[in-house]
Design a protein around this ligand. Structure first.
Ligand SMILES: O=C(O)Cc1cc(O)ccc1O
Ligand SMILES: [Fe+2]
Length: 428
């Protein structure tokens, strides 16, 4: 596959045309659009949302999205939505082994496995955490998620994601952010696995930097939007839509990837986590993990995120007289974690790439016995945590595991045993 071009900058008013002269100049909806294209507005916020939160793009396309026909229900055995489809489970820490690649041909949508849910897409609140396992490109099949935006974290396999606004190539170590309601399809280069945060709440944005200043963490210029690209091959397309927690399917006679030009600030993005500028302790103590926030979806209460996307990338550990890994803690927020590669310092052996863990609100957790012993006795010379990438979807609402998470076979039965060796070392 040839290298793609991108348009850089998070939240910019991007503009792009696959054929020069297709974008209207100085207006959005001229009486006749150049080349016989139709103008279509896709909004990601209410029209009257404050200017700094207003999201919309104008699409100039060969046929408008309304030419689709009617939708019929489409079954999916593993896709769950909102707290209503979660299971009752005890307040124990939970951890899952990586799930197996499917034996049958499975595309990205068919390969979604919901692990945990909260909130309600109709209330525009909460998230779902999914895994995906896939071995087949979507071909002439597109997915539109009207319930939430999709943050994709590949763990294995490079994804070529075709969107209405153009193409993104996304490898492990990179992430993709796909706006709610925008059609996309996923092409594979081989068996692929990864994680998805489906966000029913406010759109992900860069966090405030406060005293950090005007630079650092994820810098806006490192987010890459696609450039306009449309599919010319004629023929029918299956449109799979997630709408109100159910999947629906319609067949239309043409490709939905027929946008010749577009402009606006509602765009898909990719971001390479190797550009994340970490900030950490250069004196003592382990800082709160919020220091590693890449993107945040705020809730109505300041600082209590609907979801924070947090990464634990390669970085130097230099803190003096400090227990360097995460502390033992009980958090009001709920933490779903995944591992893209390498080891996570709080669980060096037990947490595997492709695996997941869930430490829900007030469920105590922290370094396992091995990590505690190692970090309590380590020589505190500067040390590089290298070849590692863990991440966390942290949400203010409790995450309910799904039936697949509890009964699908990957749940560890004795996870809590990793803390059983923490003995009482009290010396009177
Ligand atoms: O529990 C975890 O492993 C995630 C986490 C990491 C950290 O550095 C501090 C707090 C926290 O919840
Ligand atoms: Fe934690």
């Amino acid at each position: 596959m040839s290298a793609l071009n991108y348009s850089a900058g998070f939240g910019n008013q991007h503009q792009s045309e696959a054929i020069a002269g297709s974008l209207p100049i100085g207006r959005n909806s001229p009486q006749k659009v150049a080349r016989g294209l139709y103008a279509e507005l896709l909004s990601g916020s209410a029209f009257t949302a404050p200017r700094n939160e207003n999201l919309r793009s104008w699409l100039y396309r060969r046929q408008p999205s309304v030419v689709v026909g009617s939708f019929l229900p489409l079954a999916h055995a593993y896709l769950c939505t909102g707290a209503r489809e979660g299971q009752v489970s005890p307040p124990d820490p939970m951890r899952w082994a990586p799930i197996e690649m499917p034996a049958e041909p499975t595309d990205f949508v068919e390969g979604l496995r919901t692990m945990a849910v909260n909130g309600d897409p109709d209330a525009q609140l909460g998230i779902a955490t999914h895994l995906y396992v896939a071995n087949q490109s979507m071909g002439r099949r597109a997915f539109i998620n009207a319930d939430g935006e999709m943050l994709i974290v590949p763990q294995q396999g490079v994804l070529r994601i075709a969107t209405e606004l153009g193409l993104l190539d996304v490898a492990p170590g990179e992430i993709a952010l796909l706006p709610r309601g925008m059609a996309f399809k996923v092409e594979l280069d081989g068996p692929s696995r990864g994680y998805v945060c489906e966000n029913y709440g406010a759109a992900f944005r860069l966090p405030e930097l406060g005293p950090i200043g005007s630079n650092g963490l994820a810098n806006a210029r490192d987010f890459l939007a696609p450039v306009a690209a449309f599919e010319a091959t004629p023929g029918a397309y299956e449109i799979v839509k997630k709408y109100g927690g159910s999947l629906w399917c319609a067949v239309q006679a043409h490709s939905p990837f027929n946008v010749v030009a577009w402009h606006g600030n509602l765009t898909p993005y990719k971001y390479d986590t190797k550009h994340f500028m970490t900030i950490g302790s250069i004196s003592f103590d382990h800082p709160d993990p919020s220091i590693f926030t890449v993107l945040t979806s705020p809730s109505d209460t300041a600082g209590w995120a609907n979801c924070d996307f947090v990464i634990f990338p390669p970085r130097w550990m230099v803190a003096e007289d400090s227990f360097r890994p995460p502390w033992y803690h009980r958090n009001v927020m709920s933490e779903y974690m995944g591992l893209v590669l390498g080891q996570y310092d709080a669980k060096p052996e037990g947490f595997k790439p492709g695996g997941s863990s869930l430490h829900n609100a007030y469920v105590p957790h922290g370094p396992d016995t091995e990590a505690f012993d190692k970090a309590s006795n380590a020589d505190l010379a500067p040390h590089k945590l290298d070849n590692t990438l863990a991440f966390m979807f942290e949400t203010r609402w409790r995450l309910l595991p799904t039936e697949f998470a509890l009964k699908g076979g990957a749940l560890e039965t004795n996870y809590a045993a990793c803390w059983a060796g923490l003995t009482d070392n009290f010396q009177e």
